[in-house]
Design a protein around this ligand. Structure first.
Ligand SMILES: [Zn+2]
Length: 363
């Protein structure tokens, strides 16, 4: 399996956890902060950025890297998942058709028509290092008929995306070695034959890597390891795979074990802002062998809890982040209690370093 991915703005050592920088910022921290906790790459969202600040503004500010002061690789997401989360849960926000997705954002009279071609144009124009094809994302509980429609669309959109990508590379005269990578997304819900059909069609079209598409957790909150593992086995090992939306620490370790190398998830930073901080279980010395087992090594420190008021220990013993090397749980508790905005920043920095350290330990 690939251990390093060579991209325009640097190499990614796998496994890599990428925080969601949906609107070109990881909430409450900046690019200097991200470097300080060894983040290698971030995931930005083409659909959100086309609305705010808008693609012309991004262009005027020199592309996403220049605009956000981030010099390392950027992966852009297509907008397919937003269609799933916005429209499938509330049809008044738009509709999916064979030609693409029509969004009608809340409180706006403007309609946004996102086609596979448009999504690729946006992502390439933004200067992303990895672009992802627009896909039709489903819930694993959806009916067989819905899954069939989803893979039909996903395959057709992947073919159109690939064509548009190649056309743009020719038009812009970008040589092979300077091109972004393009990833296709495998859908099919929990239906093995549909996953297979989708994977084999995408392999025929030809991509640099692939994503696991679809909601990855069952209704009880458990990771869908069987179908996620099966999907990985449908793709030859030389292709890197991105476990889209997966990044809870235990799920990241489980999917790395299954052969996935790229991960993104909003949970570690969202948890941090809510005061849920990650640590290894007391007395557990983290090393690859045991991290790769199913033993639960993860502990949560809820430092907003009053019992940490006079706790002079760092959030996590052994953590080398800018927070643990300088501040105590008690001080963080104090910052939270007085409502100082530095609480969110410090908490986010710690959880991000926990994630990058986890990846280093698993490598
Ligand atoms: Zn720390």
């Amino acid at each position: 399996m690939t251990s390093t991915l060579h991209l325009q703005h640097g190499n990614l050592q796998l496994p890599v956890y990428m925080p969601d920088s949906t609107q070109a910022v990881v909430r409450s921290v900046d690019s200097i902060d991200l470097e300080s906790v060894k983040i290698q790459s971030v995931v930005m969202n083409a659909f959100h950025l086309m609305q705010h600040p808008g693609s012309m503004t991004v262009q005027s500010l020199g592309g996403l890297h220049r605009m956000s002061g981030w010099t390392r690789p950027i992966v852009t997401d297509s907008g397919g998942f937003q269609a799933y989360s916005l429209i499938r849960q509330n049809p008044k926000y738009g509709r999916l058709g064979n030609d693409g997705i029509i969004f009608q954002p809340e409180g706006s009279t403007r309609k946004i028509n996102l086609t596979p071609e448009k999504s690729i144009q946006l992502q390439v124009g933004f200067g992303a290092d990895i672009v992802i094809c627009l896909d039709d994302c489903t819930d694993v509980e959806a009916s067989r008929a819905e899954q069939e429609t989803s893979i039909k669309r996903t395959i057709s959109w992947a073919r159109r995306s690939r064509k548009e990508f190649d056309r743009l590379m020719e038009q812009k005269k970008i040589p092979q070695e300077n091109r972004p990578l393009i990833f296709g997304v495998i859908q099919g819900g929990a239906e093995e034959d549909l996953r297979q059909e989708c994977a084999s069609a995408l392999l025929d079209i030809g991509f640099d890597g692939f994503g696991y598409g679809g909601w990855p957790i069952d209704t009880a909150g458990a990771l869908l390891e069987d179908i996620i593992g099966l999907t990985r086995r449908l793709v030859p090992t030389q292709f890197p795979m991105h476990a889209l939306g997966i990044g809870h620490p235990l799920n990241l370790a489980a999917c790395w074990r299954l052969g996935y190398g790229l991960f993104d998830c909003a949970m570690p930073t969202r948890d941090a802002r809510h005061g849920r901080l990650y640590a290894f279980e007391d007395g557990y010395s983290p090393e690859k062998q045991s991290l790769m087992t199913t033993v639960n090594w993860l502990d949560y420190i809820y430092c907003t809890d009053d019992r940490f008021m006079r706790d002079s220990r760092p959030i996590s013993e052994g953590c080398d982040c800018p927070v643990c090397t300088r501040y105590s749980r008690g001080y963080l508790h104090h910052l939270f209690k007085i409502g100082d905005s530095s609480f969110q920043r410090l908490a986010t920095l710690h959880n991000l370093r926990f994630m990058t350290r986890l990846c280093e330990l698993l490598a």
